[in-house]
Design a protein around this ligand. Structure first.
Ligand code: ATP
Length: 401
């Protein structure tokens, strides 16, 4: 294979000379065989990846970031980014747990991978340059559009592969081969997904929800029972997710978080504890939980055709994901669009200082007067600085209720 033509290889290949045997691995090889012009430079080395990373950084005039615990590193030199890992063997001491890892030759490294299409390598060094290593028939499966596990225990060892299988099926229009699908159903039926930690589910689930055709992926996950396997109350409703994604595009929400919130919104009481196990960042967790709870309840309020000030009051503290979920549940689009395009940026031209300067004593009455004036401005009953000041003063002095 002509890896030398890939962007960045003109610098990387000479810099690898004399180091341990190195290979392009995983999704990069898959994407290359599928015709991609550029791929992530995921490189596996049969040797000490950290030492190689320092050496590479030196030779390329770049910087190495190492993750000692995982034996991996990233080298950056200008626009060149190379991820390095030592080839390794993995053993699963318990289903769903992280594996024990030890250095091993390339063939072991390929054998620990999820699917045949991801278990190929291309040599980057010496006489091996451009040689495809495909011990599991990955290239044939790629041509046939097949997602196939490497051994029968694969989904039990690591049930996140169930989500990954569905993701690849959807992204590439592939299908699991009958035996892989049987093993998938068997693993789901045996409760395999219950053995995986929340954060590992989170990473794969968010990746799945980030796929362009996430609704199809959810339909497939539902058909395989993956949703119920994650939590009995989780229903991977593809239509709701599609509406959530559309809502996200309209509101500027994060598509993955909006889709997750839409799924949680079906049964927030039951699903919030599960959401907590995913250990999203604090901000993301709050956005998803708020959207799941508030999104559906906004539908009724917005259908009642509230005045602009009420729309503003309803929506101003909500994250964009709440608006996306509200749209997904059938909220009228017009007030939401108006809020985003216009209302949310409406501010008074005056501040509390202007009222103090006019002799109003500092007190909560000032805040109340400003809020009321803003409300009137939103509804078109006040306009311009003078009008604002006059109205706010009247309210603050108790002349207007
Ligand atoms: P993409 O990022 O485009 O989805 P990728 O193949 O690069 O595809 P990553 O999640 O970055 O996906 O993983 C890199 C490689 O690591 C995979 O190609 C696969 O070989 C291996 N891999 C990742 N996750 C697992 C897993 N759970 N079990 C076994 N191998 C895995």
């Amino acid at each position: 294979m002509n890896v030398a033509e890939l962007p960045g290889m003109d610098r990387l290949l000479p810099a690898l000379e004399g180091l341990a045997p190195a290979y392009l691995v995983g999704g990069a090889v898959r994407d290359l065989l599928l015709g991609a012009d550029s791929v992530d430079l995921d490189v596996a080395l049969e040797g000490d990846a950290l030492a190689a990373a320092w050496e590479l950084a030196e030779r390329l005039g770049g910087l190495a970031t190492t993750h000692e615990r995982f034996g991996t590193a990233t080298v950056r030199a200008d626009d060149l980014v190379v991820d390095l890992a030592g080839t390794r063997r993995e053993r699963y001491s318990a289903p769903g747990a992280l594996p024990d890892v030890e250095p091993a030759p390339l063939l072991d490294d390929l054998a620990r991978r999820d699917f045949t299409v991801n278990a190929m390598a291309v040599g980057l060094t010496g006489a091996d340059l451009g040689v495809l290593h495909d011990p599991h028939g990955g290239n044939d499966d790629l041509k046939a559009g097949r997602v196939r596990v490497l051994h029968p225990r694969s989904f039990v060892d690591d049930p996140t592969r169930l989500l990954r299988a569905v993701r690849y099926e959807t992204r590439f229009g592939f299908r699991m081969d009958p035996e892989t699908e049987r093993l998938a159903r068997e693993a789901v039926g045996a409760g395999a997904l219950g053995t995986v930690s929340g954060p590992r589910v989170r990473d794969e689930l968010l990746d799945l929800l980030g796929e362009t055709d996430a609704p199809s992926a959810l339909a497939r996950a539902r058909e395989l029972g993956i949703d119920r396997g994650l939590h009995p109350a989780l229903d991977a409703d593809p239509e709701l997710a599609a509406a959530g994604a559309l809502g996200a595009a309209e509101t500027g929400a994060d598509r993955r978080l909006a889709a997750l919130a839409a799924l949680v919104s079906r049964a927030p009481d039951e699903l919030e504890p599960w959401l907590d196990t995913l250990a999203l960042g604090r901000g993301d967790r709050m956005r998803v939980a708020a959207a799941a709870r508030q999104g559906p309840s906004l539908v009724r309020a917005l259908r009642a055709d509230p005045p602009p000030s009420a729309v503003h009051a309803l929506l101003r503290c909500e994250p964009a994901e709440t608006l996306a979920v509200a749209l997904a549940h059938g909220a009228p689009a017009a007030p939401i669009h108006r809020f985003l395009a216009d209302l949310r940026d409406v501010h008074l031209e005056i501040t509390g200082d202007d009222l103090v300067a006019e002799g109003v004593p500092e007190s909560p009455a000032i805040g109340h007067a400003l809020d009321e004036t803003l409300r009137m401005k939103l509804d078109g009953r006040v306009s311009g600085r003078e009008d604002e000041l006059r109205t706010a003063l009247q309210i603050a002095r108790g002349h207007v209720e």
